[in-house]
Design a protein around this ligand. Structure first.
Ligand code: S3P
Length: 182
């Protein structure tokens, strides 16, 4: 079965929703950022600090090339995965792409707590978010399905995704409950 690939800006809920969706579908969950950290033996924060963003993007591309060959998984990606078209082409080969979005205020709120995101560590967080979003918005819209998570709980987002997957015939076989049931 095709992978279900979650893309979207930082703070749109890819990891939380991905985990819930995987449990609901009884499929393995994979977080590409976590895989990169394990395979590189350091955190993303350390990678940015030591080697810079270009180095991270290269590791991210290698990781996506590996993960895109999986089958039947729910894959949560890092927010910048869309920056390299090859990543998207690879993920699309065996995957259905779901984009999660949220408004700027919600993104700032959801990313406020941790300092694990090197791109959002400066003082001008709002300006940075707006600028990054402007450059990426269209890229996220290449997805097969877009869910605005601003007003939704993670469970509600899962329900929307399930409805889409069922409607489009992506769900064959075993998963917990039907669309709309949480
Ligand atoms: C990034 C998003 C992060 C992580 C890295 C870069 C980005 O992942 O990959 O810090 O460029 O948007 P999350 O979207 O899971 O926070």
């Amino acid at each position: 079965m095709r992978n279900i690939v979650l893309i979207g800006f930082m703070g749109t809920g890819k990891t939380t929703v991905g985990r819930l969706l995987a449990a609901r579908l009884v499929r393995p969950f994979v977080d590409s950022d976590k895989k990169i950290e394990v395979w590189q033996g350091m955190t993303i924060k350390e990678m940015f600090a030591k080697h810079g963003e270009a180095y991270f993007r290269q590791r991210e591309k290698e990781a996506i090339a590996r993960l895109a060959r999986y089958r039947n998984a729910v894959i949560a990606t890092g927010g910048g995965v869309v920056l390299q078209q090859q990543n998207m082409e690879r993920l699309r080969l065996h995957g259905v792409i779901i984009a999660l979005t949220a408004d700027v205020e919600m993104i700032l709120q959801r990313t406020a707590r941790k300092d694990a995101r090197p791109l959002l560590n400066g003082d001008e967080r709002e300006t940075t978010v707006r600028k990054l979003l402007q450059g990426r918005e269209l890229l996220y819209r290449q997805a097969d399905c877009v869910v605005d998570t601003t007003q939704l709980t993670p469970q509600q987002v899962v329900t929307e995704i399930m409805e889409f997957l069922q409607r489009e015939g992506y769900l064959r076989g075993r998963h917990r409950g039907g669309a709309g049931r949480t």
